[in-house]
Write a protein that binds this ligand. Sequence first.
Ligand code: SF4
Length: 123
Amino acid sequence: MYNFGGASKRDSVSLLRVCGIGETVPGLVFGHAAKDRLADIWENNTILKELREGLPHRFEGICGDCVMKGICPGSCVAQNYYSSRNLWAGFWYCEAVKKLGVFPVTRLQTKCEFEKRLVGVMA
Ligand code: SF4
């Protein structure tokens, strides 16, 4: 959570939000630096709680199927939300790569689960 960006807009400088995207997406503004305690926001904001509890297992789309979601995770949740208004949406780039049919199948959980089963059958 950042308190940067929007330096030209004096009022928005004090908003506590997820990166600069919060400047244009009210749903990603969690409080005001002059009025709210950061600890209170972190502990009580429903979106932040939802993110802490849901990452990475609630991802949808390609990120939901990706073995990298615990490391990546989803590239940028704020960007995904900006594009879709869904906190759990897949990252647009990887969604596009999947639609083109060139997303690495070895990075899909379904592929890995298939391989585990195959190894089990062959053992
Ligand atoms: S699909 Fe792409 S953005 Fe999503 S977790 Fe995997 S590598 Fe990261």
